[in-house]
Design a protein around this ligand. Structure first.
Ligand SMILES: *Cc1c(COP(=O)(O)O)cnc(C)c1O
Length: 385
């Protein structure tokens, strides 16, 4: 059996090596390292893929979130609601800009932000909601957009884990995640579903004025060379990353399909194991890996294990040569940097429980049946013994 990787970037690279190597070499030979034609071409191709009017590439997914908030003109004191159970980048940029993060609990079945908890957290100071399409499953965008409209709030989608996922609205409209809210962001960190070979990120919007504002912000607040109209940042995607992304973008749907297929095999193997809760999705049959649905892109395949020592399972899997991860081990509201007296423990019942139960198994585009069979049987043997 091939060695099991949490994310097999090397195996994926080997399949596209020729095109990647020649594209990188072309950039080097052209010496157009920054804002070269490759960046522009990638931007256009991603706009087309997502069905969004504007893509603004930038340096990473954290910058992308920060720039979204700067572009919307959010001001110190404004409250921004986001999920307690996510990667810290989301809350970090809110705090960095002097905005007030308001963390809320999540849904125990799909790990995404809980709409009822958002409702309870809205105050006259609330200006924006940041749903995160966690682990690759779209957040309940119909409900979130309706709430935002009712209370005149912006919606910023953190699509770092969801690129390529499709959200189906109640009226049947299908939209790619990241293109639903007023503005969206993503990360091209190597292990993300669409990863480059370094750092990268992008911002998406259908709003022409906002796109214009953001294009200036990413470039030192300049709209005319050496005229700095607003305080900006320096955040750009370089041409080498863009050219790698151009090779990989046409494969993204296939990559996500391989992830779904691996998830389907995992789910099947774990069926009937009562102390394992497999990830569920928004499909009617609560099966996130149905054949007709491309709603879940499985950035992570995350189980909840109950009546079982999760940390001992992690150790056991590692001893067996199976890498795994705990995303996330500490709720954001309990992190030193983001503690706030206003938070009440009873408002975070779900996150507090999830951090003890979750375990993410290897998930990438190169998993084979032998590896999946070894991983699932090792997990099952441990949790049922
Ligand atoms: C990875 C990630 C980010 C940050 O992306 P970087 O490119 O690493 O800055 C933000 N939000 C979420 C949910 C992520 O998973």
């Amino acid at each position: 059996m091939r060695k099991i990787q949490m994310v097999d970037l090397k195996g994926q690279y080997e399949k596209i090596k020729e095109r990647v190597d020649s594209s990188i070499l072309e950039v080097v030979e052209s010496s157009a390292f920054i804002n070269g034609p490759e960046v522009h071409k990638f931007q256009k191709e991603l706009e087309e893929y997502l069905g969004v009017k504007h893509v603004i590439p930038c340096a990473n997914g954290t910058d992308a979130l920060q720039i979204c908030m700067m572009g919307l003109g959010l001001k110190p004191g404004d409250e921004v609601i986001t999920a307690d159970f996510t990667f810290a980048a989301t809350v970090e940029v809110i705090a960095l800009l002097g905005l007030t993060p308001v963390l809320v609990d999540v849904d125990p079945l799909n790990f995404n932000i809980d709409v009822e908890a958002i409702k309870r957290a809205i105050t006259p100071k609330t200006k924006a909601i940041v749903p995160v399409h966690l682990f690759g499953l779209p957040a309940p965008m119909d409900e979130i957009m309706a709430l935002a409209e009712e209370h005149d709030l912006y919606v910023i989608e953190d699509n770092a884990q969801g690129i390529g996922a499709t959200y189906t609205s109640k009226d049947g409209t299908k939209t790619m995640t990241g293109a639903i809210g007023h503005v969206g962001s993503t990360s091209f960190f190597p292990s993300k579903n669409l990863g480059c070979y370094g750092d990268g990120g992008a911002i998406f919007t259908n709003d022409d004025d906002l796109a214009h504002t953001i294009r200036g912000i990413v470039n030192h607040g300049m709209y005319v060379r050496y005229h700095h109209d607003v305080v900006g940042v320096n955040s750009r995607l370089d041409s080498i990353q863009a050219t790698v992304l151009r090779v990989k973008l046409p494969n993204l749907d296939d990559y996500n399909k391989s992830r779904r297929e691996a998830a389907k095999k995992y789910n099947k193997a774990f069926t009937g194991i009562t102390n394992i809760i497999t990830p569920s999705g928004p499909c009617e049959d609560a099966n996130p890996v149905c054949d007709t649905c491309d709603c879940h892109v499985f950035h992570q395949y995350t189980l909840r294990v109950q009546n079982c020592d999760r940390d001992a399972l992690v150790t056991h899997l590692n001893e067996q040569g199976i890498p795994c991860g705990v995303y996330y081990p500490i709720p954001l509201h309990l992190q030193k940097a983001y503690k706030d007296e206003r938070y009440k423990e009873e408002d975070f019942g779900v996150t507090n429980q999830l951090v003890k139960e979750v375990i993410s198994l290897p998930m990438h585009t190169e998993l084979d049946d032998e590896q999946i069979e070894f991983i699932t049987s090792t997990v099952i043997n441990f949790v049922t013994s």
